[in-house]
Write a protein that binds this ligand. Structure first.
Ligand SMILES: [Zn+2]
Length: 159
């Protein structure tokens, strides 16, 4: 999981203004029109993605929660990191759940109610000792990468 605060170059407790100032500096530094020719354009995209999340208090709160969940489950030895979309839904029951086959023949089972309370969690196989880390939401996936680049294409750098 990417640490958006590191991408922007601020402390996690940074104020909106500090984040904005740092974002503007980074965006200027890595802007496709201004950066050195060998600069990886994905840096600019990532800086913009980070800003789009951290500039909105509600998204920032959600991201902070995801980051916390991620870090508090990071000590667990996990064999794979997957998203909720990698699971099959079994919603026929009264208590719906997500299920994914383990390579041992066993299954990872995630009750749907639990997936609504957490943004990132670790599940153990019901048969062997393997476990997976599941990202229920991923805010970064919601930010359209092409839109970021498209937005800076026609006009000159506005930051
Ligand atoms: Zn297994």
């Amino acid at each position: 999981m990417k640490d958006l605060y590191v991408i922007i170059g601020v402390e996690r407790s940074a104020s909106y203004d500090t984040i904005k100032t740092n974002y503007q500096e980074k965006a200027k530094q890595f802007h496709p029109d201004k950066a050195a020719a060998n600069t990886d354009p994905s840096v600019f995209v990532n800086v913009n993605k980070a800003w789009k999340i951290l500039c909105k208090p509600e998204l920032r709160r959600r991201y902070d929660a995801e980051l916390y969940e991620y870090e508090s489950t990071r000590q667990w030895p996990v064999n794979e990191e997957i998203s909720l979309g990698d699971f099959d839904k079994d919603f026929a029951d009264e208590e719906p759940f997500y299920v994914r086959d383990c390579r041992c023949g066993g299954q990872y089972v995630l009750p749907e109610c639990e997936s609504r309370q957490r943004s990132c969690l670790v599940i153990c196989c019901d048969t062997c000792s393997l476990s997976v880390r599941v990202f229920v939401t991923n805010l970064l996936d919601d930010v359209d990468e092409e839109a970021v680049l498209e937005a800076v294409k026609p006009q000159k750098c506005s930051v």
